[in-house]
Design a protein around this ligand. Structure first.
Ligand SMILES: [Zn+2]
Length: 414
């Protein structure tokens, strides 16, 4: 934080104090600047905050004024530095796909919407009744793991340029910019991209090849008709390429029937196709649910890896669940308008939210923390206790100093 260039001449608070306060607002899941200001009014909280962070806690209006001026690249770089530190320490290496690739899910989500134009970059859509809605969406690259991490490693705003334009910005255009950003920041990171049914197209395959990334994308009926034709033609002559996996867990039995076809040519790309039909049977009631998943990948498929590839393709829902859903509905206030007037500040709040979410995930997914989450105990209650402790309890500074001096190892759940 102290490496970030300060845009101010004279300032009471240093930049690190303001950025930390903003990240802390999200760490403590305050949901709004006003809520955190109220918390700050509590004398005990303010003093314990200082013991914890070794920084003063400023009023959130002061934070807001600076976030309106700070270029958003600065905080995105800070976020990426945190991830580079985790990667350098090999903290996430054990969660790599096939012991080689980090799985990066690409997906867009809505952050804000308005009935009136909010800034010149707003996207807009017109409903059937002629009502115009203005909104802002962001395209995220999140590193996801089977045990539940969903870590923002790069963000790209889907936004219209200043002045006149022919067509609005869209997710696929934003993906090109996001891909360049991702490659620039993590040039040698082995990545496997997962994305939804919007992505299987020539442009996407080209980008992945150009950046030397593997991919697993959802393949919907009706997408790339020539590929589907070949799947139907080849499917009948390669009957060996399938397998069935069955497992029983408690009262439910899951059967996965996998089929695959390798080396389908599509505009000089060799695509491999995998289908998984999953049938879950409740052994008490006999009720069955059946779901079909189809993916395209450039990783060659065989009996040993077909299931893993299909499951990794399905990991994508984690960006929805652990990622966007937690940030929207579990205290982070992703869709809250932290700064109504300033688009610049909004982008900066967004990056602080991502850093806070990362810090919280490192704690919540640790085995030490999970011990507190037994039975019907909820995260919401534990957060209330944490805040209660900081507001009414007493932190022992000496004990805290001893803790920070000691090297500790955090183990993650698997
Ligand atoms: Zn706007």
């Amino acid at each position: 934080m102290r490496e970030i260039e300060d845009c101010r001449q004279h300032a009471d608070y240093e930049l690190a104090e303001l950025i930390t306060a903003c990240i802390a607002m999200f760490i403590f899941k305050q949901g709004s600047r006003n809520a955190f200001n109220n918390q700050r009014q509590e004398h005990q909280f303010k003093s314990q905050y200082r013991k914890l962070f070794k920084l003063r806690l400023p009023h959130m209006d002061t934070v807001d004024r600076v976030l309106r001026r700070l270029p958003d690249e600065a905080l995105e770089r800070l976020k990426q530095r945190m991830i580079l530190a985790l990667l350098a320490n090999k903290a996430l290496h054990r969660f790599r796909f096939m012991k080689r690739w980090f799985v990066v899910a690409i997906d867009a989500t809505g952050v804000m919407s308005f009935t009136q134009r909010h800034c010149e970059h707003c996207l807009h859509r017109c409903s059937k009744t002629g009502k115009i809605t203005y909104f802002h969406n962001v395209l995220e690259a999140k590193l996801i793991t089977p045990n539940g991490f969903s870590i923002s490693i790069a963000s790209e705003w889907i936004e219209n340029p200043e002045g006149e334009y022919d067509k609005q910005d869209c997710e696929l255009k934003a993906f090109k910019r996001l891909a360049v950003k991702l490659k620039k920041c993590f040039p040698r990171l082995p990545i496997c991209i997962t994305a939804d049914g919007l992505y299987p197209n020539q442009g996407f395959f080209e980008h992945c090849r150009h950046h030397d990334w593997r991919y697993i994308v959802t393949f919907k009926d009706g997408n790339l008709p020539t590929v589907w034709e070949e799947v139907h033609a080849l499917g009948t002559i390669t009957p060996d390429a399938h397998c069935t996996e069955r497992r029983i867990q408690g009262h439910s039995e899951t059967v996965e029937q996998l089929s695959w076809i390798n080396a389908i040519d599509y505009h000089s790309h060799r695509l491999n196709w995998v289908e998984c039909i999953e049938t879950i049977t409740d052994r008490n009631t006999g009720v069955q649910t059946c779901t079909r998943f189809v993916h395209l990948t450039d990783i060659p498929i065989d009996g040993a890896c077909a299931r893993l590839i299909s499951r990794t393709g399905r990991l994508r829902w984690k960006i929805e669940n652990e990622g966007f859903n937690s940030q929207k509905n579990h205290g982070y206030g992703l869709q809250h308008k932290f700064s109504r007037g300033s688009w610049q500040a909004t982008k900066n709040y967004y990056q602080c939210l991502q850093m806070a979410h990362l810090i919280n995930q490192l704690m919540v997914l640790s085995t030490a923390f999970q011990q507190h989450l037994i039975g019907k105990m909820t995260l919401k209650h534990l957060w209330k206790s944490l805040l209660g402790m900081l507001t009414y309890g007493e932190l022992d500074e000496h004990a805290l100093a001893l803790l920070t001096q000691r090297r500790i190892q955090i183990r993650f759940i698997t």
